[in-house]
Design a protein. Structure first.
Length: 390
């Protein structure tokens, strides 16, 4: 065969080999593509349910009642009648001021009253004798008028003496200083022998009622406005009396065992912080809570009748910081949805926007799922217990 023909023959053989190789590779790709199944993922079906709405707020404890003990009369302290740091009852005597000068003033006022009463008796008898004599012109009318005026003056003196007695009695009573409220009394600023003055600014001791105790919380006015709107729209259900349960976490991270109740909300918004004061009342029989302690409160604000929960592990964030989830449509194709989440309830987020009942959200196999890809979903709704309101 000529060289030229042999060259052409080799080219034809080579081309045929290449075509056969390409066909073989294409066939392998088709086999591999057909053999690769859609990746498995676990999904939960979204549905509405009653969800307990809670809000976490920082706060501080404050006393329900506090009484500063100050003297109302001047004198020397004779006795301190309490143990510092102990519980005292309303009406319990705390101090005894020297009563001697006030007892003397009281006795003097009583003596003055008796003197004025005796003078009245004398002047009344004289006026009664002068009355018929004046009518018979046996005494002058002026003498009778003077006798009547003396009686009236004696009556005025008696009224003044009675007022003096009452003042002296009150001052004498003030020498015994009593607790106006029941509570725990602190340290005493004075000892027996100290001189105190009436209405002094310095406090002798302070009585604080510790059971129950207030917890003052500051809630964002935006949050409060949202809650009010949801309640007005009937989306949140509260107790019949409008109260809400509150639980506390203490400074050391422990949970306070006794729940409290919401008392009231301030009607004004703090212009500097943009918050509304919310006050809760807690029983405190062991005096574990003291005024001024920092606490963390969880406020149960109501029940969202049509709440939506999604497991936290299903939620991620895009480059813009938006919360997103991957969902599987009816054709088992993955897509992404931007959602709005609120507070967490257990291991779930409360979804306030972006999801509808019936959506299937991927919770397992997230690394295998990409947007636009077909997947093989398995319903795992029953495995993810939600935190429905009880």
């Amino acid at each position: 065969m000529p060289a030229k023909n042999r060259h052409h023959a080799r080219k034809h053989v080579l081309a045929a080999s290449c075509l056969a190789g390409l066909s073989l590779l294409a066939g392998c790709d088709k086999k591999e593509s057909a053999a690769a199944p859609p990746p498995p993922v676990g999904v939960v079906s979204i549905h509405t349910q009653p969800v307990l709405r809670t809000t976490d707020l920082p706060g501080r404890t404050s006393a329900v009642m506090t009484a500063d003990i100050r003297p109302q009369v001047s004198g020397v302290i004779l006795q301190r009648l309490f143990v510092e740091g102990s519980d005292v009852k309303a009406g319990q005597q705390l101090y005894q001021i020297d009563p001697a000068p006030y007892q003397a003033a009281y006795d003097s006022a009583v003596a003055t009253l008796k003197h004025d009463q005796a003078a009245l008796a004398t002047d009344q008898a004289q006026a009664e004798r002068y009355k018929p004599l004046a009518a018979a012109q046996a005494v002058s009318q002026q003498d009778y008028d003077n006798a009547v005026a003396a009686v009236q003056e004696d009556e005025a003196n008696i009224a003044s003496a009675k007022a003096s007695i009452e003042t002296a009695r009150i001052n004498l009573q003030y020498t015994k200083m009593f607790s106006p409220i029941s509570g725990t009394i602190g340290a005493s600023a004075v000892t027996p022998g100290a001189l105190v003055t009436a209405d002094q600014t310095a406090v002798l001791a302070t009585v604080t009622q510790l059971d129950p105790i207030y917890v003052d919380l500051n809630e964002s006015s935006i949050t409060w406005l949202r809650l009010k709107q949801e309640m007005d729209a009937g989306q949140l259900e509260t107790a019949a009396d409008g109260s809400a349960k509150v639980t506390l976490t203490l400074e050391d991270g422990s949970t306070y065992s006794l729940p409290g109740k919401l008392q009231f909300s301030e009607v004004n918004v703090d212009e500097t912080t943009g918050t509304v004061l919310v006050r809760a009342l807690f029983p405190n029989p062991q005096h574990l809570l003291l005024p001024g302690m920092y606490v963390h409160a969880e406020l149960e604000e109501g029940v969202n009748k049509d709440g939506i929960l999604v497991p936290q592990q299903a939620v991620s964030h895009n480059t813009h910081g938006d919360a997103t989830v991957l969902v599987v449509n009816g054709k088992n194709v993955v897509s992404q949805k931007i959602i709005t989440v609120g507070a967490n309830v257990g291991n779930d987020w409360v979804v306030t926007g972006g999801l509808q009942p019936g959506d299937r959200v991927i919770v397992d196999g997230l690394l295998n799922a990409t947007v636009g890809q077909s997947v093989s979903p398995t319903d795992e709704t029953a495995q993810y217990s939600t935190n429905a309101a009880t």
